[in-house]
Design a protein around this ligand. Structure first.
Ligand SMILES: Nc1ncnc2c1ncn2[C@@H]1O[C@H](COP(=O)(O)OP(=O)(O)OP(=O)(O)O)[C@@H](O)[C@H]1O
Ligand SMILES: [Mg+2]
Length: 271
């Protein structure tokens, strides 16, 4: 199984936790891709420079000025720090952005003069495959090249989804794992929802149970399942082994197609 792991900014900032994760990834070198966000770090820097961050449906609206900061923080600081942390954990990593080898082509979602946020128009996974073939860990920042040839900011959850789906075209056995600052998708009472079917996603958002960054993440998860991915999980990371537990459904939230749940219950009735 190959795995695309996406770490949220706050997870990546916790050195002890990220080191444990990288150590767990070491055993899977050559089969794991690490995608990172860094939204909270971008917000800190933006506010420092007097820019008030704007979000729509949990996704940043990126002014051209803020785009420069997104490049600096994600491609510069967060990506390079993760590669150094991997080095210290004994993992040989290669830092990449979506600009490298035109990996991520972005479709701008609004007026390009005002908003550099894009959706993924095309993924060229060749450079990722090259790095994996050498047994190295690709660490990918979620900035790419717009269809106008200039910098774009793409929500990192969407980047992870698009990369996983692109990789699954050559070998369908790809899992997508979102690691965030929450133990999973939470109910109102803060308990973890163990399984969410894709047809329930919009209802959870409309009801206000799932909001902001998690709404973006659960929509990316549902899109990944609808594109044919077999396994999509959302959870936290605290200790070595947590990735394994998430992948086998022991913790966190598993997102699945409705028919899969139906099949399982049919199976139980037949027993
Ligand atoms: N039902 C919910 N369950 C869990 N988290 C939720 C829920 N509704 C909203 N959230 C929020 O979503 C946040 C996670 O999304 P967020 O975009 O902030 O982080 P990330 O995607 O892991 O990091 P980054 O955006 O830096 O890549 C949580 O910290 C929480 O505040
Ligand atoms: Mg996010």
């Amino acid at each position: 199984m190959r795995i695309v792991v996406k770490v949220g900014g706050t997870v990546a900032e916790d050195i002890a936790v990220t080191t444990s994760l990288l150590q767990e990834l070491k055993a899977r070198a050559g089969s794991v891709v690490l995608v990172h966000g860094g939204g909270k770090a971008v917000t800190r820097i933006s506010e420092h420079f007097g820019i008030t961050p704007v979000f729509a449906d949990g996704v940043r609206v990126t002014s051209p000025e803020e785009m420069e900061l997104v490049d600096m923080v994600l491609a510069g600081r967060v990506n390079t720090e993760l590669v150094r942390l991997a080095h210290r954990a004994g993992v040989a990593a290669v830092g990449l952005t979506g600009a490298d080898s035109s990996m991520l082509s972005g479709q701008l979602v609004g007026d390009p003069a005002r908003n550099r946020t894009a959706t993924v128009a095309r993924v060229s996974p060749e450079v990722i495959e090259l790095v994996l073939a050498r047994g190295l860990l690709p660490v990918i920042a979620s900035v790419g090249i717009g269809t106008d040839g200039h910098a774009v900011n793409i929500n990192a959850d969407e980047v992870a989804r698009a990369i996983a789906v692109a990789m699954a075209k050559t070998d369908p056995d790809v899992a997508l794992c979102y690691l965030s600052d929450t133990p999973g998708v939470l109910h109102r009472d803060q308990s973890v929802i163990p399984t969410i079917t894709t047809d329930a996603v919009e209802r959870f958002i409309a009801d206000g149970v799932i909001q902001g960054g998690m709404a973006a993440k659960i929509r990316s998860s549902a899109a990944a399942i609808e594109a044919g991915l077999q396994r999509v999980v959302i959870g936290g990371y605290q200790h070595s082994g947590d990735l394994e537990h998430l992948l086998n459904g022991g913790q966190g939230t598993t997102v699945t197609a409705p028919e899969k749940v139906d099949n399982r219950s049919t199976g139980r009735r037949d027993e």
